[in-house]
Design a protein around this ligand. Structure first.
Ligand code: HEM
Length: 402
């Protein structure tokens, strides 16, 4: 029986009290994950999370695990053709894979996308203005990242509903019994990517996928499975996360009207405001797991080889030892060394892109809808059930036209 239940309903509805207890009573704790029928360690204090994310004794590469451990934690073998990507690799593979796309994500290259992001945001909001209320997640938050990925990677924007469905399922793995549905999704997504890559091979364009195909044919630095996994990762990592950052940001501002007023008075505060959303309500609440390959002593606790260790970013962000008054939403919080994009080797490649999209999207919503408010009682809003992502199921808003 677990002392704490990070998988229970209470965690979805109101996770902070449980996380505070974990930080106080058992900051590095071994639990039993009922969905995987396997042990899982949770690290919840800020200082420990920082150390864990920097500690290269923990591997992300499931291929280094014994067969027994691999089959315990990775139940859907169909994933094998989609997960040969940098997030699940250690150096030197990690270094090679990341270097292939790093140039496309530098802050400078990303700033070149700003006019496109601004134009896409205005275009998505035009029809919104003519309605009385909308689900902002549906109307903007999830459409914008797809429009941007379409521009960057070259995937057709018309397929956005399918991406949304696929990434939702993949990011929030089903509980026991739903594994068949997950298998079907993985196979469908894989077939889709195969067709998309075949099309780009025949008809290259000025996009990242075509550049990677070119790199692949000119050298042996990227296998076909790695190429497919790379595109998969960019879609999976860049879509639901950014959508939730926009959604969580609007939610947090509407929940804290005084902060929203400060932002309206001083629009330049949008940048620190986005950092505070990433801290207060991070779209990625847990890091992906890592495994020690031998028994390791970590901050005074022995973690046995091949047991999954997960860092709770949400908990670290509410650790009073790092952030004074951590449960207060303060758009000018300084310093604000949040871990919303992770840390160390696997620090989010898309951080500049996510910041750009959220800054433009939330900044534009605040400017264009001065009467913005919840269209339903905010206490009735539901948070998604998920291991990694932290976001709302819907965000109905109106702007006082009624
Ligand atoms: C608000 C939006 C986003 C958040 C909160 C976020 C968060 C994160 C986090 C926490 C990690 C580290 C995971 C770990 O250590 O287990 C990560 C890694 C990564 N993210 Fe993001 N991400 C966002 C948007 C994006 C976008 C837009 C892209 C690209 C299109 C992207 C691509 C990646 C990649 C490729 C990695 C793996 C990097 C590596 O392994 O070296 N992310 N992200």
């Amino acid at each position: 029986m677990n002392r704490f239940d990070p998988w229970g309903e209470q965690m979805r509805v109101d996770p902070l009290p449980t996380l505070a207890r974990m930080r106080a009573e058992a900051p590095i704790v071994r639990l039993f994950n009922p969905h995987q029928s396997a042990p899982e360690w949770r690290v919840t204090r800020y200082a420990d999370v920082v150390e864990l994310l920097r500690d290269n004794r923990f591997s992300k590469d499931k291929r280094k695990l014994s067969d027994a451990a691999r089959s315990r934690y990775f139940r859907v073998s169909e994933f094998d053709r989609l997960d040969k990507h940098m997030l699940y690799a250690d150096p030197p593979e990690h270094t090679r894979l990341r270097a292939l796309v790093a140039k496309a994500f530098t802050p400078r290259r990303i700033m070149e996308l700003r006019p496109y992001v601004a134009e896409a945001t205005e275009r998505l909001l035009d029809p919104v203005e003519r309605q009385e209320s909308v689900d902002l997640l549906d109307a903007l938050a999830f459409r914008l990242p797809i429009a941007v990925l379409a521009q960057l990677i070259g995937v057709p924007v018309e397929d956005q509903e399918r991406f949304r469905e696929w990434t939702r399922i993949l990011i929030a793995p089903p509980s026991e019994g739903d594994f068949d549905a997950l298998r079907r999704m993985v196979i469908e997504f894989q077939q889709y990517l195969e067709e998309f890559l075949a099309l780009r091979r025949r008809r290259p364009r000025d996009d990242l996928t075509s550049a990677l195909i070119k790199a692949q044919t000119q050298s042996d630095r990227l296998s076909s499975v790695e190429l497919m996994s790379m595109i998969f990762l960019l879609i999976a990592a860049g879509f639901e996360t950014t959508g939730n950052l926009i959604g969580n940001g609007v939610w947090a501002l509407l929940r804290h009207p005084a902060e929203l007023r400060r932002l309206r008075t001083t629009p330049a505060l949008i940048e620190p405001a986005i950092e505070e959303v990433l801290r207060y309500c991070p779209p990625v609440k847990n890091s992906t797991g890592a495994f020690p390959l031998t028994d390791v002593e970590f901050r005074g606790t022995v973690i046995p080889a091949e047991e999954l260790v997960v860092a709770s970013l949400l908990s670290a962000h509410h650790d009073e030892a790092q952030f004074p008054e951590p449960d207060r939403f303060d758009i000018t919080r300084t310093p604000n060394r949040h871990l919303g994009f992770g840390l160390g080797l696997h620090f989010c490649l898309g951080a500049s892109l996510a910041r750009l999209e959220a800054t433009v999207a939330i900044g534009t919503v605040v400017r264009r809808f001065p009467g913005l408010q919840f269209a339903v009682d905010p206490d009735t809003l539901r948070w998604k059930d998920g291991v990694f992502v932290h976001g709302l199921e819907q965000l109905p808003v109106t702007w006082g036209v009624r």
